[in-house]
Design a protein around this ligand. Structure first.
Ligand code: PEP
Ligand code: MG
Length: 576
């Protein structure tokens, strides 16, 4: 008898493409530490000692690999882990004493690690705080080893998979093994969650907000995903597999046909010129974005250089990364945004206090102004790299003129310090800011007099304007850049920029939305910055638009009362 086991799920498609491969479920195991007393001191001590040996072995392997792939300074982290695990006085002996006093091995280790971590976090010294992060990492490794909890290593896979997870942190996404991951499906997350944005930039089919998928999909079960429609199929029938196979072939042909737009300018049918730039998270992505036809980089999310590591990247390391990006861009402008940590972009080396509302908390420029050494290290690296291309520096999450002025003062200090040391830097680096907080959009006319350019960050602007969390799938239907308030703030920001003679870019996801681009053309946006795979499709669309008609349509848009009215207006003849 033929059993049809096909199961159909729907989520939000966030990155176009068809993916097909067996499922790999990835869940960062939450470690729960058993509290039962030790039954036998000797065997608990042996369990602890053997666990330490296994962790040391694993770190030795990681050291060798990192040395080959990334160099000595990256590899040193693993050597440091081994040294810490050999510390008899503060770690090994106290844990053995706790076991002898009646605690089981896992509980004793957890207690002693927690004490060390708390002690280090209490010290106001950056170095000590970084060591606390090392100990947190080691604590998890040792506990997993004692308790026999396996962790799937998504950075090294030996076969193709579709990754299934409740949620992925941005740091998970950047270390994924791109040779074998054919697509991702998450139960949580919205269109503008950072994982969705990164998947899109990597051209990886992705579906988020797919309720029930973790419980329903089995490891190894064949999966089919459509990153455009948000369809996810477990154990597809032969008919479905064929249908999606054909769709994949069609998509590939469409992409190839777009090649004619590769080395073209972006011009409307009536001669209005705009630019299409790329959003990137690493220097290498700058190279692939140029291959995808970008006219510059509108947003380099520099915080990704700080992720998935235990120490802050130093000035030289950052300098190399920025220099590489500028060189790959070969004279095209590259906008590098200063550190935008916090919110969903946690950094393990910065021990940030727990916050009830991290998206409204200690993040981005607030951290940089509060810890100027972190900011200045980055600025020095940026200015030193500026001689290798056309650099623009951009501040994230500015909410007041005071913050902007303080950031600019620090920029000037850095320039003076470099000049005093006779270190070369370009004198014409433009300094701009994200417009992603409503207080700034409302006062855009004032801010426009203080910077060289704006870049509208609709991902945050929409979430802060409408009080809808950008990553919460439960309220994803309320989150939209078609909201009339968002449209008005965008219109006002572009106008304020032009009234004051500066250019206006958009690097939020709205800039790459094919349905919204005609509105942005009509509103006068100068530069559309998006994930590289969307560039040629956007250029083709813009080539067929009439600027003067879109301008008329934009006036109508500003009169819309509801999100649906905005959508309806966009279907009008002016925008086609
Ligand atoms: C934005 O908020 O629109 C933006 C581009 O920044 P991020 O997505 O990194 O918060
Ligand atoms: Mg933002």
């Amino acid at each position: 008898m033929f059993l049809n086991r096909e199961k159909l799920f729907r989520g939000t498609g966030v990155s176009q493409g068809i993916g097909s491969a067996p499922a790999l479920k990835y869940e960062q195991t939450k470690i729960s530490v058993p509290t039962h007393p030790s039954s036998d001191t000797d065997s608990e001590i042996t369990a602890f000692t053997e666990a330490c040996e296994r962790v040391k072995d694993a770190n030795r392997k990681l050291y060798d690999e990192a040395l080959k792939k990334a160099g000595k300074s990256e590899a040193d982290i693993f050597e440091a882990h081994i040294t810490l695990l050999e510390d008899e006085d503060s770690l090994i002996d106290p844990i053995k004493s706790l076991i002898a006093s009646g605690l089981n091995a896992a509980n004793a280790a957890a207690n002693q690690f927690d004490e060390i971590i708390a002690m280090m976090e209490a010290v106001e010294d950056e170095y000590m705080r970084q060591r606390a992060a090392d100990f947190r990492d080691l604590k998890a490794q040792v506990l997993r080893s004692i308790l026999g909890l396996a962790e799937v290593d998504i950075s090294r896979l030996d076969k193709d998979v579709i990754l299934i997870a409740r949620d992925l942190a941005p740091s998970d996404t950047i270390r994924m093994d791109m040779n074998h991951i054919r697509g991702i499906v998450c139960e949580e997350g919205g269109k503008t969650s950072h994982t969705a944005i990164l998947a899109k930039a990597m051209g990886l089919p992705a579906v988020v907000g797919c309720a029930g998928i973790v419980a329903s999909a089995a490891d190894g079960e064949l999966m089919l995903i459509d990153g455009e429609t948000g369809t996810v199929i477990c154990s597809p029938s032969e008919t479905k597999a064929k249908e999606y196979g054909e769709k994949a072939v069609k998509l590939k042909a469409e992409r190839e046909a777009l090649g004619v737009y590769l080395n073209k300018k972006t011009v409307t049918s009536d001669g209005h010129v705009v630019a299409i730039s790329a959003n990137i998270a690493s220097p290498e992505e700058c190279r692939t974005s140029v291959e995808n036809g970008c006219e510059g980089v509108g947003l380099f999310r520099s915080e990704f250089l700080y992720m998935d590591r235990n120490t802050l990247p130093g000035e030289d390391e950052q300098f190399e990364a920025y220099k590489k990006a500028l060189e790959y861009a070969a004279g095209r402008p590259v906008t590098i945004r200063t550190l935008d940590a916090g919110g969903d972009k946690g950094l393990s080396m910065l021990t940030l206090p727990h916050e009830d509302n991290p998206f409204l908390g200690y993040r981005a420029i607030r951290i940089c102004l509060d810890q100027p050494e972190i900011f200045k290290t980055q600025l020095r690296a940026l200015y030193r790299a500026s001689v290798y291309g056309k650099l623009r520096i951009m501040f994230p999450m500015i909410s007041s003129v005071e913050e902007l002025r303080k950031a600019k003062r620090i920029v000037n200090e850095v320039k003076e310090e470099l000049a005093a040391k006779e270190i070369a830097f370009a004198k014409d680096v433009e300094v701009g800011m994200m417009v992603e907080i409503p207080s700034v959009a409302v006062m855009a006319d004032i801010f426009a007099k203080e910077v060289d350019f704006f870049s509208i960050g609709t991902n945050d602007l929409v979430q802060y304007t409408t009080a809808v969390d950008r990553g919460n799938d439960r309220i994803a239907h309320l989150y939209s850049h078609y909201h009339p308030a968002a449209v008005r703030l965008i219109a006002g920001t572009i106008k304020a920029a032009h009234d004051n003679g500066i250019h206006c870019c958009m690097c939020g996801e709205a800039a790459g939305d094919i349905g919204f681009i005609p509105a942005l053309i009509g509103l006068g946006l100068d530069d559309f910055s998006m994930s590289a795979p969307g560039i040629l499709r956007a250029r083709k669309l813009i080539s067929g638009l009439s600027y003067s008609e879109c301008r008329k349509g934009a006036l109508e848009l500003l009169g819309a009362a509801t999100t649906d009215e905005v959508r309806e207006t966009l279907k009008g003849p002016q925008f086609c």
